[in-house]
Design a protein around this ligand. Structure first.
Ligand code: SF4
Length: 356
């Protein structure tokens, strides 16, 4: 068994401690940190400003091991989905979503998910484990590197600008590692993402939303998907029971938002289930005491899903009800439908293939 420490699992402070244990000066930690995260180097021999003696000690006691790419699928619309293999063989997904000027990367935080949302392939897997710091930030390392290579081939300039924690897993159920990862992603000597460009999407974990907003590390998005407790329990049963709608809304009302800041609500429109004008009116009432921005997403059902995509008429009518009441409501397009880009679809497909 490999007993070497994976340096990608350490925070900068922890790396300083490790370097001190090797009896090396403190500034060496910053150098190694920059090589790993800023330059994406995983071979100690490439760390040209690190002394030969330290490179030798590092090779003896440590490794730099990000996840590896198992499969890459590119969609006709430019969406790129990666199936990543972790050191224990587990599979996770990360997706690059293009816009005209830049890319947004969607990140996973757990292997599987305990929340069991009925519309989500990941929800059918159950929770296997939380992701480690190396596995969360490692997704960004791989996404950024892939884009750099693509840009150099195509002479393109669209870089990775935004991160959304909207992939496999409930980020706030892996809270400590999420926070540690956000610090690394924000660090100028690592990735340098601004907090305004990182969004954590949650189904609602009591107390954790307030903690995250108070930390100022990232923006918050809440997956709502239903305007009533009863309907929410049908669509996202465990999340709805863990933080019932009245308590969830109470917590959201008291969030310490900055002036002009709004909480984003994600609402997946599912054909015939939560997409009527009556549901839209109930949603308006529910959100009447919070500063809200609503992202409407048309359901992109997996092949064997019991759910249906909404009609365009239903989507437009729903959006109009919200807008008529002065709510900011954007329609987000489902991207990468031809490559199973919705959360968990590629992993479940691969698991089925392996079981055959
Ligand atoms: Fe988990 Fe998110 Fe899927 Fe719900 S939608 S089961 S919270 S991964």
């Amino acid at each position: 068994m490999d007993t070497k420490i994976n340096l990608l699992d350490l925070s900068l402070d922890e790396l300083r401690g490790f370097i001190a244990e090797l009896r090396e000066p403190r500034f060496r930690a910053e150098q190694v940190w920059q090589w790993m995260w800023q330059k994406g180097v995983s071979d100690f021999e490439e760390m040209s400003n690190v002394s030969k003696a330290l490179r030798g000690k590092l090779a003896e006691h440590a490794v730099i091991r990000p996840p590896t790419i198992d499969t890459v699928r590119e969609s006709d619309d430019g969406t790129v989905k990666f199936l990543l293999r972790l050191a224990d063989g587990a599979l996770i997904e990360t997706v690059l979503l293009p816009s005209r000027t830049h890319y947004t990367q969607c990140l996973s935080t757990q292997v599987g998910c305990a929340m069991g949302c009925a519309f989500c392939s990941t929800g059918t897997m159950g929770l296997a484990r939380n992701l480690a710091h190396s596995e969360i930030c490692g997704q960004v390392l791989l996404g950024r590197k892939w884009l750099e290579q693509k840009n150099s081939q195509d002479k393109g300039e669209r870089s990775l600008r935004n991160l959304v924690f909207m992939g496999m897993g409930e980020p706030l159920m892996n809270y400590d590692t999420l926070v540690k990862s956000l610090h690394t992603l924000r660090d100028d000597k690592a990735f340098g993402f601004s907090s305004r460009r990182m969004t954590v999407s949650t189904a609602g974990v009591p107390g954790r939303m307030t903690e995250l907003v108070t930390s100022g590390l990232a923006r918050l998005a809440v997956s709502l998907h239903a305007p009533t407790q009863e309907l929410r329990e049908r669509i996202m049963p465990r999340a709805a029971r863990m933080h019932p709608l009245p308590a969830l809304m109470e917590e959201l009302k008291k969030l310490p938002l900055r002036p002009q800041e709004r909480t984003t609500f994600e609402y997946i429109l599912i054909g015939g289930l939560n997409d009527t004008q009556q549901h839209a009116r109930e949603l308006v009432r529910l959100l009447s005491h919070v500063r809200a921005k609503i992202n409407l997403i048309a359901c992109n059902p997996a092949k064997d899903s019991p759910f249906a995509a909404p009609t365009m008429e239903a989507i437009e009518a729903f959006q109009q009800v919200l807008r008529d009441k002065g709510l900011v409501a954007m329609l987000r397009k489902s991207k990468g439908q031809d490559i199973e880009a919705a959360c968990g679809q590629l992993v479940t497909q691969k698991q089925k293939e392996q079981a055959r």
